[in-house]
Design a protein around this ligand. Structure first.
Ligand code: HAS
Ligand code: CU
Length: 583
């Protein structure tokens, strides 16, 4: 039975007349533009690193702007992995729920989030461009950057936590008006993401506040590197889901509408998010399989936990895959694969997101290799690992965000997209470039080519002798990087150009999807920019998953259970290292 059989349609906006939405749209646009501007700088630097692996050393011609490969790599990693993703996410995960519920978010907090992260970005830019802090995106001590770097990073991380109180407040106001109902899906997914991130952010914040800031400011002389690394990965693993879950919000909450179908299961979406919250936290140390101080028993437990974290993504693959098939068949697709080709591939937003999914199949498979202790020994610290994360965060997340930007820019500005064809071309170029690049990086990694190495500095004969076996793979890396340059130029022509196009007659609506199925569905409004269609009876699973407080408390306990035994011996055997500046 269709969910819309028992609709309760709310007025277009509960709180305010439609023109009162302009400040929200402007703020969302600011998050989007700041985030994508960071990616623009970061992405333009990326191909230099790809050329490095192909044996071409472009850095000497870039002085004084960039002095070393390591400086370029730090700027690339920090801007793409933190600034781009955090701004897009902290915008989307407030804007979409607010519009789904038809409620005004706490604008002061939301703007405060923007201001804190923007100030942090500027401090980081100073520290990175003056070459005082080429400590890479992981900023592992005893590498020591300037205080601007760590203070800026502290502001960025702290700012990124501010959407949580905004979402808690939105949900509480919704619940007060609709007692007994479950949280609408997009809001549920956004809140779960932020709860996960709030528990995750603790590690990096403790590392920055207790260890790195006082050390960089000169209050302390030494730092304990293994404690810092472990604190970093407490945050550094779940951060990958802070990148991925907003993309899942779009796949589950919006895409089905964009392709003319329905989400096949709302409770599965909720289950996958609740499991991501639980499993993301305790597994951070799978980035430390080769670090000293972890017992074999722990490495085994970490392997098992890591394989569990793949489960919610497998649920996602099947749920989204079926939603795609449903829409494809509605569109006339027949046979084994016809439904896939029948999807609206000419829509750049859809194409970008489905291509992002395809790459993530390989990204996920590589992750399972990484998470297996024994296999990790082969790939750790080789180019395999950056190969893996360019088809996860660099494509599954980034290409999805680009796809979101293609409908969201016209929605926010009321202006048309500069060119749908160029947008489509940029999505395909990104997909092709990343696939070629990642194939080369994985392959070269299996030959033992180290990650984060300025290999093009070597004399040609030495480079050929050491990396000759991986020659073809490294050529693919460089070619992939060049294709990505074209993708970046195409994308930013569309993105920036769309800020100055002519006005549309009608502002496009947010494509909130509708869930499919009988009792378990919770339908969302398909068309109107605001307003929700509620369903009075929902599945037991969806109701059980409504207890987010309990799930979060359980996750906090599981995290403590994982980390207390890890930290205990480190604290018993403290090490003290002085800072190094090796660049
Ligand atoms: Fe990872 C290293 C394990 C997912 C990012 N990862 C990294 C680093 C980054 C990163 C940045 O266990 C490097 C950090 C550094 O600088 O050192 N990763 C995993 C596992 C998963 C995983 C088990 N990673 C991600 C995601 C990321 C990301 C997501 C960013 C967004 N990763 C590791 C490990 C390391 C690591 C170790 C340390 C390596 C080392 O030694 O240094 C899992 O979550 C993956 C599960 C995913 C799946 C795929 C499901 C597929 C879907 C697409 C569906 C397609 C459809 C289309 C619907 C099982 C959902 C259908 C259409 C058809 C026609 C078929
Ligand atoms: Cu991880």
């Amino acid at each position: 039975m269709s969910a819309t059989a028992f609709p309760t349609v709310l007025p277009a906006s509960i709180d305010a007349p439609a023109d009162a939405l302009a400040p929200q749209r402007r703020t969302m646009l600011a998050f989007l533009v700041w985030g994508f501007s960071a990616l623009m700088i970061g992405a333009m630097i990326g191909p230099l690193q790809a050329l490095n692996y192909g044996g071409v050393n472009a850095y000497p011609s870039l002085t004084p702007l960039l002095k070393t490969y390591y400086q370029g790599l730090t700027i690339h990693g920090v801007l793409n992995a933190y600034i781009f993703t955090f701004f897009v996410t902290c915008g989307l995960l407030v804007y979409l729920p607010a519009r789904e519920l038809g409620l005004m978010p706490n604008m002061a907090l939301w703007r405060g989030c923007f201001a804190a992260m923007a100030l942090g970005t500027l401090m980081l830019l100073v520290a990175m461009f003056d070459n005082s802090s080429s400590v890479l995106w992981t900023f592992y001590p005893p590498l020591k950057g300037s205080a601007w770097f760590y203070l800026g990073m502290t502001l960025v991380v702290a700012g990124s936590l501010m959407p949580l109180p905004i979402l808690l407040d939105l949900r509480a106001r919704w619940k007060a008006r609709r007692p007994g109902e479950i949280t609408p899906l997009v809001t549920y997914m956004s809140l779960t993401t932020m709860l996960m991130w709030a528990l995750a952010g603790g590690g990096a914040l403790i590392e920055l506040v207790v260890q790195l800031n006082p050390w960089a400011l000169g209050f302390t002389d030494t730092v304990d590197p293994i404690v810092a690394r472990t604190l970093f990965w407490w945050t550094g693993h779940p951060i990958v889901y802070f990148w991925l879950m907003p993309a899942y919000v779009s796949w589950y909450g919006l895409l089905s509408k964009q392709i003319g179908g329905k989400l096949v299961s709302d409770p599965m979406a909720r289950l996958s998010f609740a499991l991501l919250l639980i499993f993301s936290l305790p597994v951070g140390s799978h980035h430390q399989f080769t670090d000293p101080g972890f017992s074999p028993i722990w490495r085994g437990i970490l392997t098992a936990l890591t394989l569990s974290v793949a489960l919610p993504s497998l649920i996602t693959a099947f749920t989204i895959g079926l939603s795609l098939e449903y829409a494809g068949r509605l569109r006339g697709g027949r046979g084994f694969i016809g439904w896939f080709t029948a999807l609206p591939w000419r829509d750049p937003s859809v194409a970008a997101q489905v291509l992002a999914m395809l790459t993530f199949i390989f990204g996920g498979a590589g992750g399972i290799v990484n998470g297996s202790w024994e296999l990790n020994n082969i790939v750790h610290n080789t180019t395999w690992v950056p190969g893996h994360f360019h088809i996860t965060v660099g494509t599954a997340s980034a290409l999805t965000f680009m796809g979101v930007a293609f409908w969201m820019l016209p929605h926010l500005t009321g202006q048309r997209l500069l060119s749908r064809r160029l947008a489509l071309a940029s999505a395909w170029l990104w997909f092709t470039g990343m696939s070629v690049f990642a194939l080369g990086m994985h392959w070269a990694g299996l030959h033992g080519v180290p990650r984060r190495a300025w290999v093009s500095m070597l004399p040609r004969s030495v480079y050929d002798r050491v990396y000759g076996d991986a020659h073809l793979a490294l050529i693919l890396v460089a070619v992939g990087g060049c294709i990505l340059w074209l993708a970046t130029i195409a994308f930013y022509t569309v993105f920036l150009g769309s800020l100055a196009t002519r006005r549309l007659d009608r502002r496009p609506a947010i494509p909130f999807a509708q869930a499919f199925g009988g009792r378990e569905s919770y339908a969302l409004d398909g068309g109107a920019p605001v307003g929700v269609v509620a369903h009075p009876s929902v599945s037991k699973l969806a109701r059980a998953l409504e207890h987010l407080g309990l799930i979060t408390a359980f996750t906090a306990l599981a995290t403590a259970a994982a980390y207390v035994p890890i930290f205990w011996p480190f604290l018993q055997n403290a090490t003290a290292a002085h800072g190094w500046k090796v660049w």
